[in-house]
Design a protein around this ligand. Structure first.
Ligand code: 4H4
Length: 252
């Protein structure tokens, strides 16, 4: 999978390209990232990428042409390397809410061309002519699309085969809706007693069936408390067992 990111701040992407499990996966060739700075696609001496909004108003707007030139260069580069084309995805608070399903879909695809806006936004003519999808990280306004793109890349790359040493870790993460759809259960590690608080005895029992049941019940309890909507979603998908339903009925 290859991700292309059009951004005025390419160095920001070192977070996923060079660090942690995503950095290791990038080094192993499990995925590839290419950043493209619109300033490289300007032709004036000031390398102008933004200008004042027509109709007045605060701030600046990103100009269409440098972005369009960058998209063309990316398409040519991907074609030259026999890479499949990829959708142009603009990051914006008005986009489709990114979630684990989006991450899973992206992880199974040839990738995406992320357009990271800055300033007040992007010239609508670029959006109309070149943007295939708009994705949002959440209902809040960031200074730029980069942090949203980086978060989405991280959530996606960890799902790629080989990224995580123990495939199990990705499967048990919260929101892994293809399997459980529930929030993750609590985790504990050494020391066995911390400030007088011991690890739950069941986790020390060595009884794996009991441990699995306890973890499932913790997930059900945590999800009921923090994200009751996911309980109904899991039920609708047939992901709850009779034992799950019995436990849910026992909750206060
Ligand atoms: C768009 C900032 C619009 C301000 C932006 C305005 C997100 C998000 C995001 C750079 C873009 C911001 N991207 N998920 N949330 N003119 N991007 O906030 O409406 O104030 O993905 S404006």
């Amino acid at each position: 999978m290859r991700i292309d990111a059009i951004t005025l701040f390419p160095d920001m992407f070192s977070v996923v390209r060079d660090a942690g499990v995503t950095g290791r996966a990038h080094k192993q060739g499990i995925w590839a990232l290419q950043t493209w700075n619109p300033r490289e696609f300007t032709h004036d001496v000031h390398r102008t990428v933004d200008d004042r909004p027509y109709g007045g108003g605060p701030g600046m707007v990103m100009m269409a042409d440098p972005l369009a030139q960058a998209v063309s260069a990316i398409r040519a580069d991907r074609a030259g390397k026999q890479l499949q084309d990829a959708p142009v995805v603009m990051l914006s608070p008005t986009g489709l809410q990114f979630n684990q399903t989006t991450a899973a879909r992206l992880s199974r695809s040839s990738g995406a061309i992320f357009v990271c806006g800055r300033y007040e936004g992007i010239d609508q003519r670029f959006i109309d002519q070149h943007v295939d999808e708009q994705w949002s990280l959440g209902d809040f306004v960031l200074s730029g699309g980069e942090i949203a793109a980086i978060a989405m890349i991280d959530a996606t790359v960890r799902l790629l085969p080989g990224t995580l040493n123990h495939g199990e870790s990705a499967v048990q993460d919260s929101f892994q809706d293809s399997l459980s759809g529930l929030l993750d259960s609590p985790h504990y590690t050494r020391p066995e007693v911390l400030d007088g608080t011991a690890v739950p005895a069941v986790l020390m029992s060595g009884n794996h069936a009991l441990i699995e049941r306890w973890r499932r019940e913790q997930s059900l309890q945590m999800t009921t408390k923090n994200r009751p909507d996911l309980i109904q979603q899991a039920r609708d998908k047939g992901l709850l067992t009779q034992a799950d339903e019995r436990y849910l009925r026992s909750l206060p």
